[in-house]
Design a protein around this ligand. Structure first.
Ligand SMILES: [Zn+2]
Length: 182
C-alpha cells in the first residue's frame, strides 16, 4: 500500500480539484474514508484469508466495482438532498468513485506485493501500472519510523503529493479566472 496519509491527501486534493464550493464536513470525512477503506482487507490476514484470494489484500475492495458500489452507497445515504441522477448526484457519485478507485491506482504504482485486482469479480488478474516509483509502505507502523520509512515518505511527496497539489492549484486558478472574466 501507499501510506494511509497519502491516500487521505489524495482525497483532499481530488476534493479541491472537484469543487471550489464550501462543502459540509461529511464530504471531506467520507472522502478520506473512501480513500483508505480498501485497505480494510488487511484484516483478512488475521482470519486466514490469503493475499491472492477474492477478498485477500488488494483484491475485491481494491476493484472498480467496489469503488462503484461504495460511491453509490455514500451518495444515496449521506447526500439525500441531491435528487437521484441529477447533475449534482452524478458529480458526487463520480467524485466518490474516483477517490475510492484512486486507492487502487496508487497501490498499482508501488514496487512490492501483488498487483491490484481492478476487474474483480470478472477477472482476477492482478495489475500494476507500467510505472512504479512508490516504495510499498510497511504494514507495521513501527517499521514506518525508520530510514526506509523516510524514503517512502520522500517518494510519496515527490511522486504523489507534488503533482496532486499542482492539479488542485490549477483547478483553483482556473475557477478564479473564470469568475473574474465570465
Ligand atoms: Zn491498498
Amino acid at each position: 500500500m501507499a501510506s494511509g496519509l497519502t491516500h487521505i491527501f489524495t482525497a483532499v486534493a481530488l476534493g479541491k480539484t472537484y469543487t471550489g464550493e464550501k462543502m459540509p464536513p461529511r464530504f471531506w470525512v467520507l472522502a478520506a474514508v473512501c480513500a483508505v477503506l480498501p485497505d480494510l482487507d488487511v484484516l483478512g490476514f488475521h482470519y486466514g484469508i490469503k493475499y491472492a484470494d477474492l477478498f485477500g489484500h488488494r483484491g475485491f475492495t481494491h476493484s472498480l466495482l467496489f469503488a462503484l458500489l461504495l460511491s453509490l452507497a455514500v451518495v444515496t445515504t449521506a447526500f439525500r438532498m441531491a435528487p437521484a441522477l441529477s447533475k449534482t448526484w452524478w458529480g458526487l457519485a463520480g467524485f466518490f468513485f474516483t477517490v475510492t478507485a484512486s486507492h487502487g491506482v496508487l497501490d498499482a504504482m508501488t514496487d512490492k506485493g501483488y498487483g491490484i485486482a481492478f476487474f474483480l469479480p470478472f477477472d482476477s488478474t492482478r495489475y500494476f501500472l507500467p510505472w512504479r516509483p512508490i516504495y510499498a509502505s510497511p504494514m507495521r507502523i513501527s517499521r514506518f519510523f525508520s530510514q526506509a520509512g523516510l524514503e517512502i515518505v520522500a517518494g510519496e511527496v515527490l511522486w504523489i503529493w507534488a503533482p496532486l497539489t499542482l492539479v488542485a492549484a490549477s483547478a483553483w486558478l482556473y475557477r478564479r479566472k473564470k469568475r473574474s472574466c465570465p
